[in-house]
Design a binder for this molecule. Structure first.
Ligand code: PLP
Length: 394
């Protein structure tokens, strides 16, 4: 049997392309912040994770350019060897201070941060308790470790309690959850998780990719949002969303960070974040700490879009995150809805099976601090037109 046979048998991409509905790897020809150019025309970007809108902030761009001029385009090696620059160390110190943790450690992507940290922290004789809807890099991390993994129903603390109760009391226990769930923007039930942590003697690891720089009074994420920062043993964040760069970090107790630093293969055997990315993230962090308007704008945008979606009849849960998920139905219907939205000048992301259960496919809209009233009105008009056409709203 040819090892490539599965590739020759795979035809789904060709079928969807032939139907004119293929939504993936869409090419963006220009980026003006809340507007981008796709297929030669300007559309509203309602599908980016650039929540604070800082990727084009002049000071962020300048910091990235300056760092490139000073240090070059690549560090050409891993943090462990030749790839730790003064910039990385400075950023880690600032992150630890911001997150009120003893130490922080940066990886080259958010994906490898979870892979490296979780697979290193949980080993033989340990158990990972993982939300069924955690991000795929958490799933991949659990496959890399020798630890047993037990999945609990999405954000269902009764189910987590039941599973913890039936687990070996002597095993090391790590509860791992997204802080803000990436597809639907729901915030994890941290208060209940913390109660269970205390009851069963567990540690809590929160992936705050979509919470860091978004929720909490100062943008410190899910822990701050719930007033439980000190109860999150290790917090993980990505720089590819609110922090205008590429990379990720964990923050936590000094000994824990040192252990990960000296054991995580994804850190030791991968080249470090580029100077441009580290400098952009450091500047983004500075702006978040010194210019409260970015978070304030984001909060206002979140409130406005949720109210507007509800006003026109969509069922959108209460919440404070910039992610709005609209269920359409089967995959094909979601593809068509997505395509027609783009036709009306709004770019979103389709979410299909297996990302969501069958029949719950839809589009994920995400909003940024830089969206104007007119961008939002445009998005709501387009959703209203199609919501009626697809029978989602009256
Ligand atoms: C919850 C969550 N964790 C981790 C990641 C990976 O982060 P990155 O894309 O920065 O590697 C993502 C990315 O989408 C995410 O949504």
């Amino acid at each position: 049997m040819d090892v490539f046979q599965k590739c020759f048998d795979f035809k789904r991409d060709l079928e969807v392309k032939a139907a004119g509905l293929y939504p993936f790897f869409k090419t963006i020809e220009g980026n003006f912040g809340s507007r981008v150019v796709i297929d030669g025309r300007e559309v509203v970007m309602a599908g980016s994770n650039n929540y604070l809108g800082l990727t084009r902030h002049p000071k962020v761009v300048e910091a990235a350019v300056d760092a490139t001029k000073k240090f070059g385009t690549s560090c050409s090696g891993s943090r462990y060897a030749n790839g730790t620059y003064v910039l990385h160390v400075e950023l880690e110190e600032k992150l630890a201070d911001f997150m009120k943790k003893e130490k922080a450690l940066c990886f080259t992507t958010g994906y490898t941060t979870n892979m490296g940290a979780i697979s290193t922290l949980a080993g033989r004789r340990d158990i990972i308790f993982s939300d069924r809807e955690n991000h795929s890099c958490i799933m991949d991390a659990t496959m890399l470790t020798f630890a047993e993994t037990k999945k609990y129903q999405h954000n269902d603390m009764e189910d987590l309690d039941r599973i913890l109760q039936g687990s070996d009391p002597e095993a090391g226990k790590l509860i791992v959850s997204d802080g803000v769930f990436s597809m639907k923007g729901i915030v994890a039930n941290l208060p209940e998780m913390v109660r269970l942590k205390r009851k069963y003697g567990c540690r809590v690891f929160i992936d705050d990719a979509h919470g860091f720089g978004v929720i909490g009074k100062n943008g410190r994420g899910t822990g701050e949002y719930h007033g439980l920062e000190t109860e999150v043993d290790v917090v993980m964040g990505t720089f590819s969303k609110s922090f205008a760069g590429l990379g990720g970090f964990i923050a936590g107790p000094e000994r824990v960070i040192s252990y990960v630093k000296h054991h995580a293969r994804q850190l030791i055997f991968a080249a470090s974040m580029t100077p441009a990315s580290v400098a952009a993230v450091t500047m983004a962090l500075h702006l978040i700490r010194t210019e409260p308007q970015h978070l304030e704008n984001l909060r206002n945008v979140c409130k406005t879009v949720r109210n507007e979606f509800r006003r026109v009849g969509f069922s959108v849960p209460e919440g404070d995150t910039p992610i709005v998920y609209i269920k359409v139905g089967e995959d094909e219907a979601a593809f068509m809805f997505w395509k027609e939205l783009l036709g009306l000048g709004v770019y979103t992301n389709p979410v299909i099976t297996p990302g969501v259960p069958k029949g719950q496919s839809g589009v994920r809209a995400s909003f940024m601090a830089i969206h104007t009233q007119s961008d939002i009105a445009h998005v709501i008009d387009a959703f209203t037109t199609l919501g009626k056409k697809y029978g989602i709203i009256k």
